[in-house]
Design a protein around this ligand. Structure first.
Ligand code: ITT
Length: 182
């Protein structure tokens, strides 16, 4: 029997979907994967990028959908790579970031979740503060091997409980509370 989903997560990134699915399962929300490449507009605002991705995803799918836009903001680099995190990861990667960050290592990971259905569009934002590690440590996915959340000594890639403390978890929790209320 085909599975019925409450809503879909539109993304090209399997890691993001897998984490989001586990998180929303805990809220009793059954998330399906709509694997696709969404165009990212150039903007200083993650929220504007996420909203644009949500509109595109809904236009393609015509079903309730969420998208997520993330950014790693490094304080000593005036917030770089921020909204350009995806491009910077593909070009200079974690090694390049480590080479750029010398003394001041403070950073934050931000997540925007944008929901879109026939009637509405709404976005939720959350962040996790932390720092850029001195070396690449742990499992290879995105910036996880170089981001150490505050109050921890290990990178996201080394932590068992990333999914309980991450930017994604916090933004999805806000979304789930709204979704279940509506
Ligand atoms: P979409 O198709 O959903 O846009 P994406 O991989 O381009 O997928 P983003 O623009 O939201 O996703 O992410 C910006 C970059 O940050 C990208 O290189 C991601 O791999 C990385 N990233 C996002 N969340 C992450 C996380 O929890 N841990 C490590 N890296 C992450």
């Amino acid at each position: 029997m085909p599975q019925s989903f409450d809503l879909f997560f539109a993304s090209s990134n399997q890691h993001k979907f897998s984490e989001a699915k586990k998180i929303l399962d805990e809220f009793g929300i059954n998330l399906g994967f709509f694997k696709c490449n969404l165009e990212e507009i150039q903007s200083d605002s993650l929220k504007e990028i996420a909203k644009h991705k949500a509109t595109q995803a809904f236009d393609k799918l015509r079903k309730p959908v969420i998208v997520e836009d993330d950014g790693l903001f490094i304080e000593s680099l005036n917030g770089f790579p921020g909204p350009y995190s995806s491009y910077v990861f593909k070009t200079i990667g974690n090694k390049g970031i480590i080479n750029l960050v010398k003394q001041k290592r403070k950073a934050k990971f931000v997540s925007i979740i944008s929901y879109h259905d026939k009637y509405s569009q709404i976005s939720f934002e959350s962040k996790v503060n932390g720092m850029i590690s001195k070396k690449i440590s742990g499992k290879d996915w995105g910036y996880d091997p170089i981001f150490i959340p505050s109050k921890f000594k290990k990178t996201f890639a080394q932590l068992e409980n990333k999914n309980e403390i991450s930017h994604r978890f916090k933004a999805l929790k806000k979304f789930a509370n709204w979704y279940l209320d509506n």
